[in-house]
Design a protein around this ligand. Structure first.
Ligand SMILES: [Ca+2]
Length: 647
């Protein structure tokens, strides 16, 4: 296993050269707030032109040891001195970009007060240095002598399962001379440092653990060290050339909350769509009175055959069919494939992950499923099934025809959303294969199907494939590239759909440590992961700093939500005020929103909250009329909601 993983890594490096597409860069221009930042309370701490808002420690202005050059605060000469913000911050987040010279050294301090001789006598320091030629055993991003990057226990567990080991102390920094992104959150509940989007460590200032580490460090003998709970942000002069830009700060309120990035709340509410439904083949408890696993409806859909029936797809492998409408009482088992589906566990992300009816189901009777196969570890099956010849409400369980099997490296990030496009081809959203930090760089590798959008023709066959490759797929004929690939650079697409009116393919891509995003997927596009997360730098893969990638149409940060769930552009009849809005939510935060996208301007113009009960937003669905449903895992079997007008 280890050997083949190394081969993957070599391939990735080779393919990075091939994989650049010429599209607008996703990188936000320096020293400007992005739309998402403006909406959720971030402020610029550097205007790109002057040192306004900064001063030397215990001075009233910035001396000429620092100058603003090419949009960056740049160290000029010996004796420049440490500089601090005019304002003091208590609970806050800070992000900045730094560029360190070869062999150079500097630092970012926080909670610095002017009660001591030196800033570092009060404020803890995050090291900034050239990790290759630097002259300090403390590496960039480490909290000096206190904390260094930690691999989370779950990541160790996932790696152990497959016999793969990533470095125990990750180094996500880009080389001297390149811009690096640093993120710092200081919050009494949990503070965090990320470098180029990669979480390094969490800490709680003043906790027992913190005090123990301080006692063991060189700071133990400095009485005020780490004591202030409020203070200045400080950039260190370590007598080396260093530059800073895009310095941004956001204050956190007492609960660690930030402003919601919304333009208001829609007068809607979500109510149970099928309040009296009974599920054939499933009950909340088994015969022994033990709780069954909750239902996890990963999709609500319709056959597009004019029957107006609702189909619910459960992650466990049950497909139910029911009459549309709130009076519906009985959901019949259309298919029970639980025996061949690997059952979802809290720790993995497996099970039935994608489902699509053939666009001409009425004639073909075919449907498609993307699922983890039982008893084949981490193996995905993409299969075709058929409806029974005698009963339109039963599938033929013996009709399975395997289109593709895909070995997943890890148990998480299996992606799986599927939808037929207006072109009649089947689109399949693939995760990066899992682990943490896309350890094998698969999402940027066109050799691998991981982290891509595939597009296949299920109505024809090529050679020994049970499907065909559309001739205009963007990488057809490119040596060493999987011809199924339509677009790439995704981490873990969690639900996608086509807008019935515009034909746009909307996809929500779940982020890692800082940003969640929504993409409109176009042919040949590189959507950034794992060299970008949203519009931000991620990691330090070769070429990552200069690659050009497609920006998301929307992003939000992890103070707003931590696992995005994509929905549908509403094209139903019942709620005309929702027409053209893309509905989406967050699984962890339990929130729902509606985005309005301006076709002509090519951007989002409005984001509205939709009142919701705070439960995890698992998935969305659509019926034949275009009415939209939202689902949550449910122990009682009542997890499917619809939208109605609120008061
Ligand atoms: Ca992206």
């Amino acid at each position: 296993m280890q050997k083949s993983l190394r081969r993957h890594i070599a391939w990735t490096a080779a393919l990075l050269v091939l994989s650049t597409v010429t599209v607008a860069s996703a990188d936000a221009p320096p020293n400007r707030l992005t739309d998402a930042e403006q909406r959720s309370g971030w402020k610029l701490l550097f205007d790109g032109k002057t040192t306004k808002g900064w001063r030397n420690y215990k001075q009233d202005k910035v001396g000429n040891g620092w100058a603003v050059k090419d949009g960056a605060i740049t160290w000029q000469k010996k004796g420049a001195g440490d500089i601090i913000t005019a304002e003091q911050y208590e609970s806050f987040e800070l992000q900045l970009e730094y560029r360190i010279s070869k062999g150079g050294n500097s630092g970012l301090m926080f909670h610095v007060t002017e009660q001591a001789a030196q800033p570092w006598h009060t404020g803890p320091k995050i090291q900034i240095q050239d990790n290759v030629d630097g002259h300090d055993p403390q590496k960039a991003g480490w909290l000096y002598q206190l904390y260094k990057p930690v691999k989370p226990a779950w990541a160790i567990r996932f790696e152990k399962q497959v016999g793969y080991t990533s470095p125990s102390v990750v180094d996500a920094t880009r080389p001297a001379g390149q811009w690096n992104h640093m993120y710092l959150r200081i919050d009494p509940k949990q503070s965090e440092v990320c470098v180029n989007g990669v979480n390094y460590y969490y800490f709680v200032k003043g906790s027992d653990e913190w005090n123990k580490r301080v006692a063991a460090s060189k700071f133990a003998k400095i009485p005020l060290f780490g004591k202030p709970t409020k203070g200045h942000v400080c950039l260190q002069d370590h007598n080396n050339l260093v530059s800073f830009r895009s310095i941004k700060v956001r204050k956190l309120d007492a609960d660690g909350k930030v402003p919601e990035p919304i333009d208001g709340t829609l007068a809607l509410k979500a109510e149970l769509a099928f309040p009296n439904i009974q599920w054939e083949g499933w009950s909340p408890v088994d015969e022994a009175g033990k709780l069954n696993p909750p239902l996890r409806p990963i999709q609500i859909t319709h056959a597009g055959d004019g029957s107006n029936r609702i189909f619910t797809i459960d992650q466990c492998g049950m497909i139910h069919v029911l009459e549309n409408g709130s009076k519906s009482k009985k959901a019949k088992l259309f298919a029970d494939l639980r025996a061949r589906v690997h059952q979802f566990k809290v720790d993995d992300e497996e099970g039935v992950l994608g489902f699509a009816f053939h666009p001409n189901y009425k004639k073909t009777g075919r449907f498609f499923m993307y699922y983890s196969r039982e008893s084949k570890a981490r193996m995905i099956y993409l299969s075709s099934f058929r409806v029974s010849k005698s009963d339109p409400n039963k599938a033929d369980p013996d009709s399975e025809e395997i289109l593709m099997t895909i070995q997943q490296p890890f148990a998480n990030h299996n992606g799986g959303p599927m939808a037929f496009g207006p072109d009649g081809y089947l689109y399949i959203g693939m995760g990066d294969g899992g682990g943490r930090n896309d350890p094998m760089g698969l999402a940027q590798s066109l050799k691998s199907k991981m982290g891509t959008m595939m597009r296949i023709d299920v109505d024809h066959r090529d050679g020994d494939r049970n499907y065909a490759i559309p001739k205009d797929n963007p990488f057809v004929g490119k040596k060493g590239v999987a011809p199924e690939i339509f677009a790439y650079g995704f981490r873990n697409p969690w639900r996608m759909s086509f807008d019935r009116k515009t034909g746009h393919l909307w996809l929500a891509d779940v982020g890692q440590d800082l940003w969640e995003e929504i993409d409109i997927v176009k042919k040949g596009g590189n959507y950034g992961w794992s060299i970008r997360e949203g519009t931000y730098a991620f990691g330090n893969a070769p070429g990552s700093a200069t690659a050009s990638v497609v920006a998301p149409v929307w992003e939000y940060d992890h103070r707003i939500g931590k696992s995005i769930t994509g929905g549908y552009v509403y094209r139903g009849k019942k709620l005309p005020e929702l027409d053209g809005h893309y509905l989406y939510g967050d699984y962890v935060a339990g929130k729902l929103w509606a985005l309005q996208y301006d076709e002509a301007a090519g951007k989002v113009v409005r984001n509205m909250a939709i009142p919701w009960n705070g439960l995890p937003v698992l998935a969305f669905g659509e019926d034949e009329q275009g009415e939209v449903y939202v689902t949550t895992p449910s122990q009682g079997g009542k997890g499917i909601y619809r939208f109605v007008r609120g008061e």
